[in-house]
Write a protein that binds this ligand. Structure first.
Ligand code: 5GP
Length: 126
């Protein structure tokens, strides 16, 4: 499957510095910033800087360096925010929505890190 990346999506604009963000962590390959509409006391979005639409696109086409960096940033944020379960924190949830069934609003891969309150069961039935 050949994904077509929309360069005008809101996270592309954030990555180009056209829209402000509250940065949590930045590396050569990855940017993490606070969600503008937080669903929990901690709600961080982690995005690769490269033009990847969703998780499978990134997992299949990104370089090893990008993939390692992205995952290390998620781990480091968990440490910095003190949300690691059993390490003084109460845990967290990672979500990465993809496509229409996944209800992905922004077509640039992002992982949501949610924490700071009990998050309920993984899914509720419609
Ligand atoms: P999705 O539904 O695509 O998984 O999640 C998109 C997320 O992006 C939502 O949680 C939404 O609140 C967040 N978001 C949308 N526009 C902006 C923005 O301009 N800045 C920030 N920081 N977050 C945004």
């Amino acid at each position: 499957m050949a994904y077509v990346y929309d360069t005008q999506n809101i996270f592309a604009k954030i990555l180009r510095g056209e829209i402000p963000n509250t940065t949590v962590m930045e590396t050569d390959h990855t940017l993490a910033f606070n969600d503008i509409t937080p669903q929990a006391p901690t709600h961080v979005l982690v995005v690769p800087k490269g033009p990847y639409v969703c998780y499978d696109h990134f997992a299949l086409e990104a370089s090893d360096a990008e993939i390692v960096d992205f995952n290390r940033v998620i781990g480091q944020i968990c440490v910095e925010l003190g949300i690691q379960p059993g390490e003084g924190g109460n845990g967290y949830r990672l979500i990465s929505n993809a496509g229409s069934d996944g209800v992905q609003d922004v077509p640039h891969l992002h992982v949501h890190i949610l924490s700071g309150r009990p998050l309920g069961r993984m899914l509720s039935r419609p």
